[in-house]
Ligand binder design. Structure first.
Ligand code: GLN
Length: 309
């Protein structure tokens, strides 16, 4: 078991590793509000199952979850016992960019997995509630309840910015509605844009992810978030689909189930041990945080965290 001191030292070296590569990345600009982020920011927070925490860098700086929210919307849909959740969403890696429409056309509107945009939009459609806002509120309250805290807020500037520019995601939603994979494409896309705009910090993100490291039970509130079987599936999907078309390299370099987002957040899970959140808005060409990946690689190597050791 890692001590707090070892953890803090490992985090300092992870930060150094991140700072060396930040200049290689660029912030996302296709959602204009994300383009305002400072590419020099970096943060990492670790939360152990026993409540021990360690953090480094800009850990109180808030950012929108973006695609990291896809893990939580899937968990919320599982929590809500949505029936046949995977009847219209597959569980195979896509090998394509997160917003690609290519496979959707070839496969009659059935998304490859719940972590590409199309798949996440299909899952958002299944959250309890008949309106976009009600479905989003379910997710927000789900996050707050499991930790016994206030639900997180949405960054309305980010939401508005994606609402004004997210035509590609709208196309995915309407394409899926054409194939009757989802209903209410316009409402569903609003739920999805809202969930992507949920505001977190590296600290709060690591906290939200803790149940994933503990077989679906939040270790601090002892709430059963999802079943152990569902949790196993979520971690498997994170391992195989969590970083899109960079997931193979990430498995080699870091070796942990993880989910990234274009605001620069990455949530990584060490089953049975800890939840790790990294944040650095400078992204590589595949939309993943360069600093986040470098820091996770350093931490994983130093503490021997890879699942494949
Ligand atoms: N909201 C973003 C989008 O749909 C999320 C993508 C991401 O974080 N990879 O484009």
């Amino acid at each position: 078991m890692t001590t707090e001191k070892e953890l803090q030292e490992a985090l300092e070296r992870a930060r150094q590793a991140a700072l060396r590569v930040l200049h290689q990345g660029r912030v996302a600009t296709y959602i204009p509000e994300l383009g305002k982020a400072d590419p020099n920011l970096f943060a990492m927070s670790v939360h152990l199952l026993d409540g021990t925490k360690a953090s480094i860098g800009d850990t109180d700086r808030s950012f929108s979850m973006q695609s990291v929210s896809k893990v939580f919307s899937l968990a919320a849909a599982m929590h809500a016992k949505c029936e046949d959740l995977f009847a219209k969403v597959s569980v195979e890696p896509s090998g394509d960019a997160f917003h690609s429409i290519v496979l959707l056309e070839e496969e009659e509107g059935m998304p490859r997995n719940p972590f590409v945009n199309a798949g996440a939009i299909a899952i958002s459609n299944r959250l309890p509630g008949t309106t976009a806002k009600a479905r989003f509120e379910y997710l927000r309250r789900f996050l707050g309840d499991m930790c016994g805290e206030h639900p997180p807020e949405m960054d309305s500037n980010v939401w508005l910015s994606e609402t004004n520019t997210g035509h590609r995601n709208r196309a995915l939603a309407h394409f899926m509605q054409h194939w009757q994979v989802i209903e209410d494409a316009d409402g569903t896309i609003d739920t999805y844009f809202r969930q992507c705009a949920i505001s977190v910090t590296a600290k709060s993100l690591a906290r939200y992810g803790l149940f994933l490291a503990n077989k679906g039970v939040d270790p601090l509130t002892e709430k059963v978030v999802i079943s152990a079987e569902e949790n196993k599936m979520l971690l498997a999907l994170m391992t195989t689909c969590g970083l899109y078309d960079a997931v193979g390299q990430f498995a080699v370099d870091v070796g942990l189930p993880a989910k990234s987002g274009v605001s620069g957040g990455i949530l990584a899970i060490v089953p049975g041990e800890m939840s790790i959140a990294a944040f650095g808005p400078a992204l590589d060409g595949k939309g993943n945080s360069v600093g986040g990946i470098a820091a996770l690689q350093s931490l994983s190597n130093e503490l021997g965290l890879s699942l494949f050791n």
